[in-house]
Design a protein around this ligand. Structure first.
Ligand code: GLA
Length: 375
């Protein structure tokens, strides 16, 4: 295996464990994981692999296939001082969250496109966590690993993300989307058969800046929390539209808009699950559009590039389209007919060129497996 050889070249011995974990797209349920809502992501076929071996001197050495020339050095004692910069802190954060007290050699190969809003960071965290869980026989469940990797990202890296990305990277199953209840972390695997209906999900990376670490994401999260506090509920999950409308005057205009997105999006996810089960893909596509409009107008996390993908896809025959992930850039998805794939990609490329944007990147992926050990 390529990664075993690369590990040996870097560290002079074979790894004791190799694991992989995928990136994700979210079909629907955006910006509601931290409001205890439902989300419906699936794992894509792009994965990050991690190969690991114990060391007995307390040192941590990390090499990545993407930067093979630079070996990052740290130590178990340094882990206690959180922070630092660069991609290696996602790995160090996982070691910190799992309370590892042993030196390690770690080689990672990240094939999830970076900065595309496809959760390359969750893929990295979850591949390391899966390998470490096995190597040290920690016996953590997938739910515990999701919580611990989220903790690594929240507290060590300093990104206030919810639990969706890590959960799907760990728990996904090929052919299914993962319906995750972010209140009790229960899951159901929902079959997704777009191909059987002559459809596919086009993923378009706008290559616009993905500003999760900036204040926008935290600000949205804070608005939902302050709205919940003012309405005397634990989270947006406890509201329905009627209740929210009747209490409108207790909220600022912004809090009301943010809450309206959250409450309507939670309902759309449950509706979308029924549409998938009954293969009502036209109605499913319409829900994608509604989600996008709500994210654009009420939650205000879209951007001109994402809107352009959505509008162009829809103008060229998509059943529906929307931005995915944190927003402010990253990727959008469009549910399209197989035969329209060429036409829609070309139309998006052309629209981007005319607007003076960087050329977008196109992917498509069937729902794929979650994290696993591969040796
Ligand atoms: C990012 C976060 C997730 C989730 C999405 C928005 O991907 O990591 O937890 O909040 O944004 O749905």
């Amino acid at each position: 295996m390529e990664i075993v050889q690369a590990f040996e070249t870097s560290f002079g011995a074979k790894p004791e464990v190799v694991a992989q974990a995928p990136g994700r797209v979210n079909l629907i349920g955006e910006h509601i994981d931290y409001s205890q809502g439902f989300v419906l992501p699936f794992a894509i076929d792009a994965v990050t692999r991690s190969a690991i071996r114990k060391r007995d001197d307390g040192q941590i050495r990390i090499v990545s296939a993407q930067h093979p020339e630079a070996m990052i050095r740290s130590s178990i004692s340094e882990l206690r001082e959180k922070g630092g910069t660069g991609w290696s802190r996602y790995i160090l954060g996982v070691l910190w969250a799992l309370e590892i007290e042993n030196g390690l050699d770690i080689y990672v190969d990240g094939r999830v496109p970076l900065g595309a809003g496809l959760s390359s960071s969750a893929a990295l965290e979850c591949s390391v966590a899966t390998a470490i869980n096995h190597l040290f026989e920690l016996g953590k469940s997938l739910t515990q690993l999701a919580q611990l990797t989220q903790r690594a990202e929240n507290q060590y890296v300093g990104v206030p993300c919810g639990i969706m990305d890590q959960s799907v990277s760990l728990m996904a199953k090929g052919g299914y989307a993962l319906l995750l209840d972010c209140r009790d972390l229960s899951t159901q695997h929902i079959p997704v058969d777009f191909a059987g209906a002559g459809l596919r999900l086009l993923i378009v990376d706008t290559r616009a800046d993905h500003a999760l670490i900036d204040g926008g994401y935290a600000e949205r999260r804070a608005s939902c929390e302050s709205a919940a506090a003012k309405l005397g509920v634990v989270s947006m999950r406890d509201l329905d539209m009627q209740h929210l409308e009747s209490q409108k005057d207790k909220l600022t205009a912004v809090e009301f808009q943010r809450a309206r997105h959250a409450v309507s999006e939670i309902a759309r996810v449950l509706n979308a699950v029924e549409r998938l089960r009954t293969k009502q893909f036209v109605e499913f596509g319409e829900l994608l559009n509604q989600s996008h409009i709500s994210l654009r107008d009420d939650y205000k996390v879209s951007c001109p590039e994402l809107d352009l993908v959505v509008d162009t896809a829809n103008a060229n025959g998509a059943l529906g389209a929307r931005m995915v992930g944190g927003g402010f850039g990253g990727s959008a998805i469009a549910l399209i007919k197989d035969e329209d794939a060429g036409k829609i990609s070309l139309a998006i490329e052309k629209a981007f060129a005319e607007a003076g944007y960087q050329a977008p990147r196109f992917f498509d992926s069937l729902p794929s497996d979650g994290a696993k050990l591969i040796s």
